[in-house]
Design a protein around this ligand. Sequence first.
Ligand SMILES: Nc1ncnc2c1ncn2[C@@H]1O[C@H](COP(=O)(O)OP(=O)(O)O)[C@@H](O)[C@H]1O
Ligand SMILES: [Mg+2]
Length: 164
Amino acid sequence: MKRPDYTNKLQDLNVLIRSSLKNCGIFNKTLHFFYIKLTPNLPKVRVNADDTSLVIVNLLTNALDSMPNGGKLLIESRHCKEHDSYVQISISDTGYGIKKNKMDKIFWPFFTTKDEGKGIGVGLAISKRIIEDYGGKINVASIQGRGTTITLCLPAAFKSANEE
Ligand SMILES: Nc1ncnc2c1ncn2[C@@H]1O[C@H](COP(=O)(O)OP(=O)(O)O)[C@@H](O)[C@H]1O
Ligand SMILES: [Mg+2]
């Protein structure tokens, strides 16, 4: 636990990913395959560290929920292929996937397909808000029965003169 800091600062996405992995207890989960592929020396992003970690933890939790019997989890950070002034995080699972007719609903507040007590459907709605507030985007690709990849794109930050 720590005191919240509400300011946006230059942050290294790889550092935020590593701390989020610890915070969601991933190292205690049984997975068949767990792969972390972080591109070193990515441009920093200007975000609130706690909010961004919350988003990553939300996505990791959803990925783990989708694989109740274990599966493969892949976490990557990289330069965005389409826009070189953006950096990306993607989280891929081999879980139950998302039905085509549910794809546009998963970002709606309180939309959940989970049992009562397991999900309340706010994780993705809040995550989308947070990421879009930074001028970023959150994309989802999923095949039912195969798995899901969620990608966060965030604009690389410009440093001001008095920042390291
Ligand atoms: N990785 C994933 N695999 C399968 N379904 C997912 C995944 N991520 C999100 N979903 C779907 O989107 C819904 C909304 O997610 P979220 O907003 O985090 O709420 P919650 O996890 O409380 O249900 C989930 O109930 C689930 O149906
Ligand atoms: Mg969730």
